[in-house]
Design a protein around this ligand. Structure first.
Ligand SMILES: NC(=O)c1ccc[n+]([C@@H]2O[C@H](COP(=O)([O-])OP(=O)(O)OC[C@H]3O[C@@H](n4cnc5c(N)ncnc54)[C@H](OP(=O)(O)O)[C@@H]3O)[C@@H](O)[C@H]2O)c1
Length: 345
């Protein structure tokens, strides 16, 4: 008997990647939309986020073996924006637009856990995956972890034109701090200063990168908001002020394995920690949902006065997800990378 359930596709983990991620680490499968049980609803994904930290979770030994590996065949998890198309849940109705961990698939069933309604004050629905979603919230929580932004404080931000950095800059600027960003390429550097609330930027690919940083940081940085880790962290230590805080947001340069991170920089890092009284602290946005309303309010206010602009890089088609994911590590683009499924209209 043939079913009349909607037909879609999902992307699963085929191999645990070794070093550089390949599109063949993923596989595309046909999917029949599951029927939602009582207290559940069915979402049709419209926009799916391409999250760099996924690389860490799909590794054979995530965090050097601290976490169990993801079973092969798992639907790739991650944030998405979708529309409720069937509901057996009292709080969700057909037509509601929602954001949640719906994964790399056309259809997902949810019980509402971790789901956020699309906040119209944050602009277009897809902004719930960028300035108004996980990356924006990461920037917000990071600044809270740093103890806030004190007027006149200088923040150095790596990966500044990426999804997290694009929100960190405007937040620092709006709170009276001075944001200096690290990017690759002249275009991103210009855009960062002209459109993304940064006071100055340095191009990590330019031969005079370190001179650019020196000019942008005459008194050193009080906080290094680090999205990349690896050799960049060690290289930035001379540019930090005495007593500076290194805030570890993520380790873009290390997710693909030791070959990306280069030689061990620990001795240089520890000398600087001791010699300059530097503090190193990591943070995560997981479990910080109590901060979400204040975050959305601040971003909406900045959006309303044009002090923050959504920077999105959108690709079309669910099948583009593996290549877009690999591209995060090979051809970095400005803004948040999102895939629009064919369902979107
Ligand atoms: N702590 C948390 O709760 C949390 C939550 C979400 C994300 N994160 C982390 O936050 C970081 C940024 O995420 P995102 O969404 O903004 O990523 P993204 O949009 O991909 O941007 C990251 C940027 O890092 C730079 N980059 C990439 N590879 C690099 C390398 N090998 N060396 C130096 N720079 C490199 C690129 O900028 P340029 O090429 O322009 O330099 C890229 O635009 C990631 O590490 C992610 O895992 C943390």
């Amino acid at each position: 008997m043939t079913s009349n359930r909607p037909k879609g596709r999902r992307i699963i983990l085929r191999h645990h990647p070794e070093h550089n991620l390949q599109p063949s680490d993923f596989a595309l499968e046909a999917q029949e939309a599951p029927a939602p049980d009582q207290n559940k609803f069915l979402v049709r994904n419209l926009f799916i986020s391409v999250e760099p930290m996924l690389r860490l979770f799909i590794d054979a030994a995530p965090l050097g073996g601290l976490m169990p590996p993801m079973p092969l065949g798992t639907t790739i998890p991650g944030p998405a924006v979708g529309e409720v198309i069937e509901s057996n849940h009292a709080d969700y109705a057909i037509g509601d637009l929602v954001e949640g961990r719906f994964g790399w698939q056309d259809y997902a069933v949810s019980d509402g856990a971790g789901v956020h309604r699309i906040n119209k004050a944050l602009g277009a629905p897809e902004n719930a995956l960028s300035i108004g979603g996980l990356p924006g919230f990461t920037a917000y929580v990071g600044l809270q972890a740093a103890g806030g932004v004190k007027p006149g404080q200088t923040f150095l931000v790596s990966g500044a034109a990426g999804a997290v950095g694009s929100v960190a800059g405007p937040l620092i600027n709006a709170r009276g701090g001075r944001a200096v960003g690290i990017v690759s390429g002249e275009d991103k550097k210009r855009r960062l200063v002209e459109q993304a609330g940064y006071a100055a930027a340095a191009d990590r690919t330019a031969p005079d990168f370190l001179e650019q940083l020196k000019a942008a940081l005459p008194n050193g940085a009080d906080v290094y908001f680090d999205n990349v880790g690896g050799p960049m962290l060690a290289a930035m230590l001379p540019f930090l002020a005495r007593g500076a805080l290194v805030l570890i947001s993520g380790l873009m340069a290390q997710y693909q394995g030791p070959s990306q991170a280069g030689p061990d920089h620990l001795p240089a890092v520890l000398h600087a920690v001791m010699g300059k009284g530097i503090r190193i602290q990591s943070f995560t946005q997981f479990g910080q949902d109590a901060l979400r309303p204040a975050f959305e309010q601040e971003i909406a206010a900045l959006l309303a006065i044009g002090a923050i602009k959504p920077a999105l890089h959108i690709e079309d088609g669910l099948e583009r997800l593996p290549a877009a994911m690999c591209g995060l590590f090979t051809k970095t683009v400005a803004g948040k990378v999102i895939v629009r499924t064919r369902n979107a209209n």
